[in-house]
Write a protein that binds this ligand. Structure first.
Ligand code: NAP
Length: 337
């Protein structure tokens, strides 16, 4: 039984892209659960773009961000190793907001859901395709994008955790799926491994022309993970009554006050577009339904899981920076145990 807990603390806000100096790695005594609490050994840590917003130095998350010295916020998969809580037994596998640390004490309030392991679904997938990324894709596409069979769904950051699930769900639900990703290598994975119909490289010339060539009937749903200029350039390609679930703004997270707006607002009127921002938590009451479908799809091989996995908590800061720079394919995780 370990006696120490390793933690990554937030040290200081970055200017632009985070650096190693923004983090401190410390060792503290292993916490002990009091009455009503349990101790969790974390197995995997999820790294997500929203953490950049919490670090401030530009665009601060609504409701405030991290304060220096605070444990970096994040979701983990963990195993209960000691318990004084009748609702959580030793050995239970959970997903919760337990932070960038190897161990945590919880009273259950920050636990999202319990994992029931099943065949053909890797445990780590409960932070990706069968976890928060998957439900974000499912909620945004199904409840806001509302695609009909035969329609064309376009998604940005398509080689990433949320985007890869969006396109695969679009295919399962009878649509044509087109991805946008940063590079030919990523595009090859988006079509070859995730089974999208086409993928456009936004780092090459003329993204709008590339999309128009593979979407001759226009775009009915644009699942927007990027915002900014990319959204602006895609508006002319949308069909009348197209839906735009606005899931995130990757182009903006490191931009210190460098806001990029949508210029073609007239198109929103002309085409009667519906743009709706959303948070995964807005639809938390449907989490069980979404996770069940996602786990069934992964278990039956219809939803491919791809992960980029860093080893050990000490490598979490560099893996996080690499993810923001686009080095990840699929879900970015850190294996802690
Ligand atoms: P991800 O796509 O797995 O990883 C981030 C990817 O973003 C990178 O691999 C990179 O891919 C791309 N990227 C970085 N900077 C970019 C830029 N300036 N322009 C275009 N692409 C850029 O991350 P994820 O966890 O799946 O998150 C995807 C989006 O969903 C993010 O906006 C995130 O904030 C959002 N999200 C929202 C919710 C919600 O509740 N609304 C929940 C989860 C995630 P390339 O190499 O292709 O550039």
């Amino acid at each position: 039984m370990p006696t120490m807990n390793t933690q990554v603390l937030f040290r200081a806000a970055p200017a632009g892209m985070p650096t190693q100096d923004c983090f401190d790695i410390v060792e503290t005594p292993l916490p002990r659960p009091d009455d009503g609490q349990f101790l969790v050994e974390n197995l995997y840590l999820s790294l997500d773009p929203y953490m950049r917003m919490l670090m401030g130095g530009g665009w601060m998350f609504r409701g405030g961000g991290l304060t220096p010295g605070q444990i970096m916020v994040g979701r983990t998969i963990g195993r209960v190793t000691k318990t004084q809580n009748e609702n959580f037994a030793e050995g239970d596998l959970i997903v919760g907001g337990l932070g960038w640390q190897t161990h945590a004490v919880s009273d259950g309030g920050n636990i999202d859901f319990r994992i029931t392991p099943r065949d053909n679904v890797p445990l780590s997938a409960y932070l990706g395709a069968c976890g928060n990324s998957g439900t974000t894709a499912w909620f945004g596409l199904k409840l806001i994008g509302a695609p009909k069979p035969g329609e064309t769904v376009l998604v940005s950051a398509a080689a990433g955790s949320v985007g890869s699930v969006v396109g695969q769900l679009a295919k399962v639900w009878g649509c044509r799926a087109i991805g946008i990703a940063g590079g030919d290598e990523k595009c090859a994975v988006v079509t070859g491994e995730f089974g999208f119909d086409a993928c456009c490289n936004y780092k090459a010339d003329d993204l709008a022309g590339q999309i128009a060539a593979v979407a001759p009937n226009g775009v009915d749903v644009y699942f927007d993970n990027v915002g900014g200029e990319m959204l602006d350039g895609i508006l002319p390609l949308l069909n009348n009554y197209a839906r735009v679930p606005v899931c995130g703004v990757l182009s903006q997270y490191n931009a210190d006050g460098d806001w990029q707006g949508v210029r073609n607002t007239r198109l929103i009127f002309d085409k009667r577009l519906r743009l709706q921002g959303f948070l995964q938590s807005d639809f938390a009451d449907r989490g069980d339904v979404a996770r069940a479908e996602l786990a069934n799809l992964v278990g039956s091989g219809k939803l491919r899981v791809r992960e980029t996995v860093a080893e050990g908590l000490a490598n979490a800061p560099s893996a996080f920076i690499d993810m923001l720079n686009g080095a990840n394919m699929g879900k970015q995780l850190v294996k802690l145990r």
